[in-house]
Ligand binder design. Sequence first.
Ligand code: ARG
Length: 411
Amino acid sequence: MAKERIVLAYSGGLDTSVIVKWLQEKYDYDIVVMTANVGQGETELAGLEEKAIKTGATRVFIEDLREELVKDYIFPMVQAGAVYEGKYLLGTAIARPVIGKKLVETAEKVGATAVAHGATGKGNDQVRFEFAVKALNPYLKIIAPWREWDLKSRSDCMDYACQHNIPVPVTAEKPYSIDRNIWHISFEGGILEDPDREPDHDMFRLTVAPEDAPEQPEEVAISFERGIPYAINGKKFGPVELVEELNCIAGKHGVGRVDLVENRLLGMKSRGIYETPGGTLLAFAHRELEQYTLDRETYHYKEVLALKYAELIYYGLWFTPLREALDGFIQKTQETVCGTIKTKLYKGNINVSGRKSLHTLYHPEMVTFEADELFNQKDAEGFINLYGLPLTIKGILELQKKKLLREVSSS
Ligand code: ARG
């Protein structure tokens, strides 16, 4: 009988290399690997195919998912205004569903009965991968070696690799766990586990330290159509190039660093450092444009839903009816989110320096401190009387009650 086939989400790092060997030994699977190019960079992708085959994979798929990730996942997230726990721009979380989807598609293409991933048993990523698989093809068996084998640490993995002639990265041991894609880079673990300790100056890859940023501010104008960014300083860009360009500009000015103790889905808190330069700038400009174009109640309601949307991405619930329903609302709100926001970047900060939109609801004559024809200030009196009526009623009754109590106690 032919061997059963499994598709492994493969990064080419030590862990997934060890997994290839381990799957062969433990399960005798025919192993196909799938590497998603989500913008982790050339060095991580170099030599992958050869390495995977050497380690024992029979087929290798390298899939460029950058465009899909930015267009179908990241931009809707920006439109939603989703930020987890006030700080995390969800760079890792948003990439997992698209990788999970490709994993399922690859499994179906090669007739595999199972999929595997290298996420550990403590993190959020295992949940996100597996929710995607369950939603898209619940018949696929899921194998998560980190939850099964008895390798406990990175050095256990190293030993396993040496014993099995798996090429071990020659680079010095990384002092933390890193996940990079087009939207962000995250660092966790190792020396960062002490939340009272600042990260090393040389850890960062996408941003300079604000104190080392240029002495001169830089103005950046971002144009949006229906909440989707399409131009920088008047020049049009495709989705991938736009994010890359904003990463360069914002990173140069030290924009987008976050140090966060966050609540993981499994219940524990973890400390993470993130660099999301372009994303931070985009989120800022998009919010400015919404404040300029959306009516008050829609804007406020959207702020509430943004919390839910962020939680849903963080929890790995992308392929759900709730996410689709929220998208229905969000897409409707974006119809008038068109225009250009000018920003100024300076030493880690972003300020707004100009706004333009045909769809603005800002009416200069309405709000002016100068004389105007539109607004009758006398109307405000009736508004205050009625809107404040509950306060007036409560105030009256409380005074009456006090008076009554005073009379009772003095009689
Ligand atoms: N804590 C972040 C999240 O859950 C980042 C996870 C980073 N993942 C990793 N494999 N290093 O989204």
